[in-house]
Write a new protein. Structure first.
Length: 148
């Protein structure tokens, strides 16, 4: 089924916390990760960092809410800090969404397009507890473009 989805690689795993700077020493000093990008999206209500993981080609992302109406505030109040999503780069987001439908799951939110990239999701209730994101960026790799 992975071939049908067109997964190219694991891009990043995302952790949600109240304050990114509170957890950076754990990730950089203890685990040896390197910050490769900082980003902020006022419209979506989050800020964060992308970190290079030693020995791999996937990144680790840490997000924090921006403003009390951020979707991350609700997440943190309901669940506390923790894993938020796992993201894969796919060849084509529409193709991935069709493969998800063929598997018997309706992609959460359909296919969304924004600022040169598109994404689709499998909701945690459909996957057994993990939010999976599948995205395609045009013209750049993660760390140079918008955070997911």
């Amino acid at each position: 089924m992975a071939e049908g989805m067109g997964i190219k690689r694991l891009d990043h795993v995302s952790w949600v916390v109240w304050r990114v700077d509170d957890v950076l020493p754990l990730l950089t000093e203890l685990m040896g990760m390197q910050v490769v990008a900082r980003f902020r999206d006022e419209e979506q209500g989050y800020a964060g960092v992308a970190l290079r993981v030693p020995g791999g080609n996937a990144e680790f992302e840490v997000l924090e809410p921006v403003g009390e109406d951020s979707f991350l505030v609700r997440f943190l109040k309901e669940r506390g800090p923790g894993l938020h999503h796992v993201t894969f780069i796919v060849e084509d987001t529409e193709r991935a969404a069709e493969a998800i439908r063929a598997f018997g799951i309706e992609p959460w939110g359909g296919v969304r397009q924004r600022d040169g990239w598109s994404e689709t999701f499998i909701h945690p209730k459909d996957s057994g507890g993990v939010l999976f994101q599948f995205y395609t960026e045009m013209g750049h790799e993660h760390g140079e473009g918008p955070a997911k």
